[in-house]
Design a protein around this ligand. Structure first.
Ligand SMILES: [Zn+2]
Length: 566
């Protein structure tokens, strides 16, 4: 029997140890999982401990369980696959979210499907002045573009404006064209085109900036409507395991929406903004973007605004991607035979040098092989003028590239920012016709990029894609086939990459892109607790089953924001 004093002392020590343990014990542990830490295709652990918003330990289930106390929430994963949350490194989150409140044409395959979808929406939303939507495919139309004849049964009494899935072309009905004052006599000389039929009448199809002629008449969404839409978008992102996004082109006034969501604790993604820069950007804008970059700062892991977005060309399908050689399906005498520049090369170079000097990360949309080359040239020149630094500039999309230019990416430390979902073989018919057989092997060449030590980062480009879901993109990355299995051996199958490579491009490389590789993108002690759990093991299943994978649990900043585990 112990002396009373000794007993008291033991109790005291025990109390100290206990209180000490509870102070350091995790808030949440995930055990019995298959935790892909993100390093290589064989780096797996069983369990994770989370405290506050950080991962504090990773290891065996026993070692992690021993850290827990009675207050720790324990989740048994029953062997399920775990990874760091997805980082969608190129997205247009506000327009995507606004689209969740408009007609969604995703999955439509013909003009009849589109007509039905639009008319149904018009009936269900009688109060809408305009019917606005997005998501049609070029392949739904024989000519590759919609026209008044094939969509003649679409609602006529209200203005209708529907964009292609990639946002580079749109179709407007007669009422919308009339409101915009567009008729057979309208001449458009900027970047884009008012498409006209053989009689000289507008078909309703509008390419690139010509879309603005109509879209500027659509009533603007209010701030409250935008915030509501963003809340819908965030909910969707949580359900898909997206915990970081990089917005590729934001208007200055919209940054405050994210600030407000952050202040209200409603922002459930880490948000990085790129300011949209084009021919109209003024010196005042440049000063204002720099001030915003510095005031938002780059140390806040929830919000940053340190990137600039350019568009040097358009897209292949509408012959606006800027090419080294002429398009294969139009005469060389066509004004668009080599595509089009979205801004002059002199202006682009001067702005790239300016923003590089001011310490911005630069994203340039370049889809044609000439556009890609000119972007590399501009980054190279900026480094010569301003001095070389770890700038992590990126080229976005890179749908075609000259083989000579591939090694230049690594040499200049320029990242290849690409969307695997854009190469879904079910959407490539119009694209491949325009590009021709000779250039096809240099299309969406992820494997070639990795072989040349290029840093590859993935994204959806939502809503300019058929699906925001990272899993759908990863399916294309590892199979180069549609979920239905087309084509049998994969489209340019040499360009398939491994599941670990695809997962890295969708997690840690996004973090690297924003200089945050020490903060997030892997499952390691000290990293932010953005963790997701999958319904099946992507590393061992038949790659053709990848698209069936669901996210079952999303932990963001240490908190569970989505859970359908049981
Ligand atoms: Zn984009």
């Amino acid at each position: 029997m112990l002396q009373p004093l000794k007993k008291l002392l033991i109790c005291f020590v025990a109390l100290l140890v206990f209180s000490c343990a509870s102070k350091n014990s995790p808030d949440l542990i995930l055990i019995n999982g298959k935790v892909w830490t993100g390093e290589s295709d064989s780096s797996f652990e069983q369990a994770i401990a989370i405290k506050g918003n950080l991962i504090i330990a990773v290891g065996s289930s026993d070692s992690i369980r021993s850290l827990a106390d009675s207050k720790t929430q324990v989740i048994d994963l029953n062997g399920k696959l775990v990874s760091a949350g997805f980082n969608d490194a190129h997205i247009h989150f506000l327009s995507g979210s606004m689209g969740l409140t408009e007609v969604d044409m995703t999955g439509t395959k013909s003009s009849a499907d589109i007509t039905e979808r639009v008319n149904e929406f018009a009936t269900q939303n009688p109060a809408r002045e305009w019917i606005v939507g997005r998501g049609w495919q070029y392949t739904s139309f024989e000519s590759g573009l919609p026209d008044a004849e094939s969509l003649k049964n679409i609602v006529a009494e209200k203005p209708v404006f529907i964009k292609a899935y990639d946002g580079h072309s749109a179709w407007a009905n007669k009422k919308a064209l009339a409101l915009a004052g567009i008729d057979r006599n309208t001449v458009y000389k900027e970047f884009g085109e008012i498409v006209k039929d053989k009689n000289g009448d507008p078909t309703g199809a509008l390419r690139e900036n010509a879309m603005d002629l109509v879209s500027k008449h659509i009533p603007k969404a209010t701030r409250a409507e935008k915030l509501d839409a963003l809340r819908k978008g965030l909910k969707q992102a949580a359900s898909l395991g997206i915990t970081s996004i990089q917005d590729a082109g934001i208007a200055e006034e919209d940054l405050s929406l994210y600030k407000e969501l952050l202040k209200n604790n409603e922002l459930t993604v880490r948000f990085a903004a790129a300011f949209w820069v084009d021919e109209t950007t003024t010196d005042t804008d440049i000063i204002s973007y720099t001030q915003l970059k510095n005031s938002v700062g780059v140390k806040n892991p929830m919000l940053r605004a340190d990137a600039i977005k350019f568009m040097i060309d358009g897209v292949i399908e509408s012959h606006t991607g800027f090419m080294l050689q002429p398009y294969s399906d139009i005469p060389v005498t066509d004004p668009l035979a080599y595509g089009q520049l979205a801004l002059s090369l002199e202006r682009y170079q001067s702005l790239v040098t300016t923003f590089d000097k001011r310490g911005f990360r630069i994203f340039t949309h370049a889809i044609g092989d000439r556009g890609v080359r000119e972007s590399l040239n501009a980054y190279e020149q900026a480094a010569k003028t301003n001095g070389k630094r770890d700038a992590r500039h990126r080229i976005e999309h890179i749908e075609t590239v000259s083989p000579e230019d591939i090694p230049r990416f690594a040499a200049l430390n320029v990242m290849a920012s690409m969307e695997p979902i854009h190469a879904d073989p079910g959407t490539m018919e119009v694209w491949t016709r325009a590009i021709g057989k000779e250039r096809e092997p240099y299309s969406f060449n992820w494997a070639e990029m990795l072989k040349n030590n290029v840093k590859l980062v993935y994204s959806s480009d939502w809503p300019a894609c058929i699906d925001i879901n990272p899993i759908r993109g990863i399916h294309v990355a590892v199979t180069r086939r549609t979920p239905e299995g087309f084509p049998e051996n994969g489209w340019i199958p040499e360009q398939k990459i491994s599941i670990a490579q695809a997962m890295k491009a969708y997690t840690s490389m996004g973090a690297y892109s924003s200089f945050e590789e020490n903060l997030k993108g892997q499952i390691k002690p000290g990293q932010l607790a953005d963790v997701i759990v999958f319904s099946q093991d992507l590393f061992t299943i038949d790659p053709m089953k990848t698209f069936e994978t669901k996210v079952l649990l999303t932990v963001f900043d240490g908190k569970i924001i989505y859970n359908v585990l049981n």
